[in-house]
Design a protein around this ligand. Structure first.
Ligand SMILES: [Ca+2]
Ligand SMILES: [Ca+2]
Length: 187
């Protein structure tokens, strides 16, 4: 069984962690969870200049929670009860790129999302030190945009990995589906 799973992972192009290569019986749910976890660790490559990629997800009551920071990465007076998803992007274009990140919160009337960009090693425990910038509202509450307001267009260096955090304005609120578009600026 272990060999079959190893081959399955190999076909998917995923690396198996040594500590997780011991599986039990056929039909075990563990391999499925493992695929999801490993996929989550894969950073999505941004496009070349003028191109964009899309990331989709949903903020649900099953998501992790954090003390959602402000647009300038300071405390927003929140408690640690804001649901969030995180994505990693990377730059394989061979040269530094400026990017724009647009989140569209399409989950209905309660879709007041909040967008942040952080360094590769973002965790809820080091959010203050890894956060780069954020944005609450763009075009009303239906969107968030980095750069937004007085923010700057972030640079992602060649080979660098950054973390995008999709979250909410209000605590304990599952706002549903969203789409995040990461555009590589032409300038
Ligand atoms: Ca989610
Ligand atoms: Ca918002």
């Amino acid at each position: 069984m272990k060999n079959h799973i190893n081959k399955f992972f190999a076909v998917l192009g995923l690396t198996i962690l040594t500590s997780t290569t011991t599986f039990a019986a056929p039909g075990d749910i563990i391999p499925v969870l493992q695929i999801l976890l490993l996929n989550g660790d894969d950073a999505s490559p941004i496009g070349n200049k003028g191109a964009s990629i899309s990331l989709t997800g949903s903020i649900t009551s099953n998501d992790q929670q954090w003390e959602r920071l402000s647009e300038v990465c300071t405390s927003d007076g929140n408690t640690s009860n804001h649901y969030y998803d995180s994505f990693q992007i990377t730059n394989n274009t061979g040269t530094a790129q400026k990017i724009e990140i647009l989140a569209q919160w399409v989950g209905g009337a309660n879709g007041d999302g909040y967008l942040h960009l952080a360094t590769e090693n973002f965790k809820t425990s080091n959010a203050f030190s890894t956060c780069i910038t954020g944005d609450d509202d763009f075009n009303g509450r239906s969107g968030s945009l980095i750069p937004g307001g007085a923010n700057f267009a972030p640079t992602i260096n060649s080979g660098e990995v950054l973390t995008i955090i999709a979250s909410t304005f209000t605590g304990n609120q599952a706002i549903g589906n969203y789409t995040i578009t990461v555009s590589t600026l032409s300038e």
